[in-house]
Design a protein. Structure first.
Lengths: 112, 109
């Protein structure tokens, strides 16, 4: 079992560029989440999904978009990258709401 | 929204020592999880413990939901225990999980 797989692991973007962070899970979890972690801080929820075709905003959704066309995949899209989006991004999935989280290994994004 | 505070923010231990990490939350919760983020950034789920006590090897956790706190106990600490420990809670039907700011633990040989 691969668990939750995130790609890429590292990326440098220029201001104004766009990119998609990929997240795939093979545990057949309905719930998936995107978090960002700024240096020395906890995790903040960007978007979450309770199943294919259903997504909703978290605490810090501005500047991001998501889609959930399949149970396995939950990509995060950054449009018009800004320096404030420099962070480590974690994708997670769970079998139930609010419990049993499995995290991916993270994507370290720098916007310059 | 619900507030989650963890203490202490930083902790340095000699290998073999015991420690207690605390998580206070501002409102009643349905779910509570403890995570360990190792020095390489990987997040590992340690416990799901909305109430009561659980043990897993040298780690144990207790949540007293009525008093709005949870404790994580680490006994006979090892250098591999180093990293940041996060408490994460959720409440209500929305089930949005809120993370605390963490306790950074360093275990020295």
């Amino acid at each position: 079992n691969a668990g939750v797989t995130q790609t890429p692991k590292f990326r440098i973007l220029k201001i104004g560029q766009s990119m998609t962070l990929q997240c795939t899970q093979d545990m057949n979890h309905n719930y998936m989440y995107w978090y960002r972690q700024d240096p020395g801080m906890g995790l903040k929820l960007i978007y979450y999904s309770v199943g294919a075709g259903i997504t909703d905003k978290g605490e810090v959704p501005n500047g991001y978009n998501v889609s959930r066309s399949t149970t396995e995949d939950f990509p995060l899209r950054l449009e018009l990258a800004a320096p404030s989006q420099t962070s480590v991004y974690f994708c997670a999935s769970s079998f139930d709401r609010g419990r049993g989280y499995t995290f991916g290994s993270g994507t370290r994004l720098t916007v310059v | 929204g619900i507030q989650v505070e963890q203490s202490p923010p930083d902790l340095i231990l000699q290998e073999g020592a015991n420690s207690t990490l605390r998580c206070n939350f501002s409102d009643s919760v349905n779910n509570l999880q403890w995570f360990h983020q190792n020095p390489w950034g990987q997040l590992i789920n340690l416990f799901y413990i909305p109430s009561g006590t659980k043990q897993n090897g040298r780690l144990s956790a207790t949540t007293v939901a009525t008093e709005r706190y949870s404790l994580l106990y680490i006994s006979s600490s090892q250098t591999t225990d180093s990293g940041v420990y996060f408490c994460a809670v959720s409440s209500g039907g929305y089930q949005k999980v809120t993370f605390g700011t963490g306790t950074k633990l360093q275990v020295i040989p």
